[in-house]
Design a binder for this molecule. Structure first.
Ligand code: SF4
Ligand code: SF4
Length: 474
């Protein structure tokens, strides 16, 4: 049976729960990091219908989401996607508190890699359980090791920043441009280098201060928390002495030992955010739960339960675990609705996008006033996954002739073509002696092999000159 004051149970669990219970949080986190890293590295290479799962390409002005390619003209979807991402974050925070910070955030992953693997395991510069202790760099061997640590971090951060860029430039294209045309894409590669340098400085110097002072997510989380949100929490009722003191804080030497906390400070010394969880939840806490790992053996020796758990305030007070609260349902409902809209719009989107601009000239008189031309610039984007031959027609206004383009033209899958459209008339469309007349009509572009399904129509106007300007018969 799981005790009410913890998601983990040290002794009585069996099966998967026993495995999770007996494994320290830091080991579970390391496995989560490995999983996230593999996922982030292979995601840009996964293609559905020839499109990435996620790609926001500024080079090609297109956006891929779950294998559907959207043109930049369909950017009305971006706000929906942003709302979806935010609500998903709200939902995850309500369900798991700051679990993202300690278990999935690249900042924490890179910090763990640098501090716990490179500096501690490889170079022996620090001790795992003494994260708050500053590095001693007085002697040359330590200084050399410190520099070596940054050198080892450098290629990893270049790989990480390339991985981030692969969600904006497809990895195949990134490598092709890097190997063949780097000088033509200096902005892209300068950005790559700057991002890598930023990561190196951030991870090696700024560290958890970034989470505390810079990260906006840390700021908004407190408003997303309630008494049911699981957090890293110290059992004050059990740990503190009855007079409210703690054994390590009794400066006069009179130790009130009624509380379970021994004052060993193991939880404080291991905390990467340099906080004392016994003072309550703080903004800097990243929910890594290393304080809980540190307290577990101390309490085990005394045959007592861990004083620091990943649980909610209410559960700690003896109430039942309540994950599915109304706010969780609200967030889940919004996610379902927005996902349905995105799914629907992905399946019912236009396969041809048409953008029309008139040239600055209102009209052009030809054949000494016997015909009138209007000029337009069309931008056509074929967002179907096949190439098609397209042609242009006019609707809702008789007497118009298309002079350009003369023949149907091919647009490859995902391709974009600019065309000058010249529409002419030799008929007296309107006899208005007062001035020019704007006549509404529709421009239709369609695929010649599937005109009923692959088409786009937009209204525009034909400017016809005043009666005195033209020499036409009605
Ligand atoms: S108090 Fe420190 S060690 Fe404990 S979960 Fe928060 S950041 Fe991690
Ligand atoms: S590790 Fe446990 S016993 Fe030691 S100071 Fe922290 S809460 Fe108290």
């Amino acid at each position: 049976m799981v005790p009410p004051n913890s998601f983990r149970h040290e002794t009585e669990a069996s099966g998967l729960r026993a495995w999770i219970s007996k494994t320290p949080y830091y080991k579970l986190r390391h496995r989560a990091f490995l999983l996230f890293t593999v996922f982030a590295l292979i995601l840009p290479f996964i293609k559905i219908n020839g499109n990435q799962v996620f790609l926001l390409s500024f080079l090609h002005l297109e956006f891929h989401l779950f294998g559907v390619s959207y043109d930049m003209q369909e950017l009305y979807l971006i706000p929906l996607i942003l709302i979806l991402a935010f609500v998903f974050v709200f939902l995850a925070t309500s369900l798991g508190g700051r679990m993202w910070c300690g278990w999935g955030c690249p900042q924490t992953m890179f910090r763990t890699l640098y501090r716990d693997f490179i500096q501690e395991k490889l170079l022996g510069l620090r001790k795992f359980h003494l994260k708050t202790r500053p590095l001693k760099l007085q002697k040359w061997p330590e200084r050399f090791k410190f520099l070596l640590g940054i050198l080892l971090l450098t290629p990893l951060m270049f790989a990480a920043s390339a991985n981030i860029l692969w969600f904006f430039v497809a990895p195949q294209e990134f490598f092709y441009l890097l190997l063949n045309h780097p000088q033509e894409h200096t902005f892209l590669f300068a950005f790559w280098v700057l991002l890598a340098l930023f990561l190196i400085i951030d991870i090696s110097w700024f560290g958890e201060n970034f989470c505390h002072y810079v990260c906006p997510y840390a700021r908004i989380q407190t408003v997303l928390f309630d008494e049911d949100t699981p957090v890293a929490i110290y059992d004050k009722a059990r740990g503190d002495n009855t007079d409210g003191s703690r054994s390590n804080r009794n400066k006069k030497g009179v130790v009130d030992s009624s509380g379970d906390c021994t004052g060993c400070l193991a939880c404080v010394r291991i905390c990467p955010a340099k906080i004392d969880i016994r003072d309550g939840l703080q903004l800097a806490c990243i929910a890594c739960l290393e304080c809980s790992d540190a307290c577990a053996p101390v309490m085990q020796r005394l045959a007592k339960k861990n004083l620091i758990s990943w649980t909610s305030e209410k559960v700690l007070a003896g109430f039942k675990l309540n994950l599915l609260r109304p706010r969780v349902w609200y967030y889940a409902t919004i996610i379902v609705i927005i996902s349905a809209i995105l799914f629907y719009s992905g399946g019912n989107r236009e396969t041809l996008l048409l953008n029309i601009n008139r040239t600055t000239q209102l009209y052009k008189l030809k054949d000494e006033g016997k015909s009138v031309e209007n000029h337009y610039v069309l931008l056509l984007t074929n967002i179907d996954d096949k190439a098609h031959t397209f042609t242009i027609a006019t609707k809702n206004l008789n007497g118009l002739t298309i002079k350009r383009p003369r023949r149907p033209f091919l647009i490859k899958a995902g391709g974009r073509v600019r065309k000058v459209l010249i529409i002419s008339t030799s008929k007296l469309l309107v006899n208005n002696s007062a001035g020019n007349t704007s006549l509404d009509f529709i421009i239709r572009a369609f695929a010649t092999d599937d005109p009923e399904n692959i088409f786009s129509e937009h209204s525009s106007f034909f400017m016809f000159p005043a009666a005195g300007e033209v020499r036409m018969k009605p």
